[in-house]
Design a protein around this ligand. Structure first.
Ligand code: ADP
Ligand code: MG
Length: 370
């Protein structure tokens, strides 16, 4: 098992990663964390336990910074290299949905406070928990996080998380924020808080200044978008036939098939997304789950496409609200996409959003931020 720092150094050496001072500091923290975990496991298993002494749980890490700074990349590197089982990597939003589901199931039992049994079960399932994209924007999450996390840490779970914000800015301006402050204190006390805020947005750099809205559909556009997908996901182009698919659970029980899903990037065809009876719950699920969405095959829409146009408006609203980055292949520029038909007037707002979504300012926003 190669250690975090060695893996990182090898990637820099191989030219796959550019040297980055913030990342090096973060790698050093993750490396020490891995070493402490290895040491505590060894001690815990023999001498320490015999002596009846419990090692304090190694602290976790909180990596925060702007888009494209390598937060997810470093967390994945740590997750892959740290030999501490069972371990789990999960998107923070998905995790919280699951937590609420489990809390509901506990409440049905009417056996008192539902948090301890849920924390206990989670701790039994993963001793290393990695969360990507921690963002708190609803009071239901805010109210339980402090207790849930203190019980997870108490149970010896190591937490590594990424976020666009420093802990003190989480849930800023949120309802009853004072009840959330203990969570911030917990994070600052128990986790190593590491900023990843170097000058380079590597995601943007990987897009290489390519346009994000490609016109028209065709082989050249397909090639450009496929190239963007592989660059964004670091996926070996030789393996392109094996890109994973995903079945996304939509609230209400529906399932949405994602033809290509990798590292928070999804590829959809316009037909699949807007040509079938889908609505806001589907699009919100996509917007929360992926930081970047590629939509191919957007046709020029006419009066006979009013349903598709209406769904497309809902889709773009969801993506825009969640600051999802959009790459698209279309037969017209946004302002010429839907000019005649029901809702064409309202579509102007969507066109203007689509234009804004191509701007450098928008591309630099963090996913899911308010
Ligand atoms: N030092 C680096 N040099 C080159 N590319 C990098 C470097 N760090 C990260 N990347 C790449 O930049 C892209 C964005 O990184 P990611 O970890 O997704 O950023 P974040 O999670 O901070 O938004 C990924 O493709 C990643 O592999
Ligand atoms: Mg990320």
């Amino acid at each position: 098992m190669t250690a975090v720092a060695d893996r990182y150094a090898a990637l820099v050496e191989a030219g796959e990663l550019r040297p980055d001072a913030d990342q090096e500091r973060a790698v050093a923290v993750l490396h020490r964390l891995a070493e402490r975990l290895a040491a505590s496991t060894a001690k815990g298993s023999i001498v320490w336990r015999l002596a009846g002494r419990k090692e304090p749980p190694p602290p976790g890490a909180y990596l925060w910074g702007g888009v494209g700074r390598g937060k997810s990349m470093l967390m994945d590197l740590a997750f892959e290299t740290i030999d501490h089982h069972p371990k789990r990597r999960v998107h923070f939003h998905e995790f919280m949905l699951e937590v609420h589901e489990r809390l509901r199931a506990e409440r049905v039992k009417e056996a008192g406070d539902p948090i301890p049994p849920v924390a206990k079960a989670l701790a039994a399932e993963a001793k290393l928990l990695c969360f990507d994209e921690m963002v708190i924007n609803n009071s239901a999450d805010a109210m339980i996080l402090s207790r849930l996390f203190s019980q997870l840490l108490e149970a010896g779970v190591t937490v590594i998380t990424t976020s666009n914000r420093p802990p003190r800015d989480l849930y800023l301006g949120g309802l009853n924020r004072e009840l959330f402050l203990p969570f911030i204190e917990l994070v600052e006390r128990e986790l190593a808080v590491v900023p990843l805020n170097g000058p380079t947005d590597y995601r943007l750099e990987r897009l290489g200044g390519l346009p994000t809205w490609h016109v028209p559909n065709g082989p050249e556009t397909s090639r450009a978008l496929s190239e963007a997908f592989f660059r964004l996901t670091d996926y070996p182009v030789e393996d392109r036939a094996k890109v994973p698919t995903e079945e996304l659970q939509v609230p209400g029980g529906r399932v949405l098939h994602v033809p290509k899903s990798l590292k928070g990037v999804a590829v959809f065809s316009f037909r699949r997304l807007c040509g079938e009876p889908r609505g806001a719950p589907d699009y919100l699920t996509i917007a929360r789950h992926f930081h970047t969405v590629i939509v191919v095959g957007i046709p020029k829409l006419g009066p006979e496409n009013r349903n598709e146009a209406a769904r497309f408006v809902t889709l773009i609203d969801a993506l825009y609200e969640h600051k999802v980055k959009l790459l698209a292949a279309a037969d017209a520029e946004p302002e010429a996409l839907y000019v005649a038909g029901d809702g064409a007037f309202e579509f102007e707002r969507t066109a203007s959003r689509l234009i804004e979504m191509q701007s450098a300012e928008y591309m630099a926003l963090g996913h899911g931020e308010d």
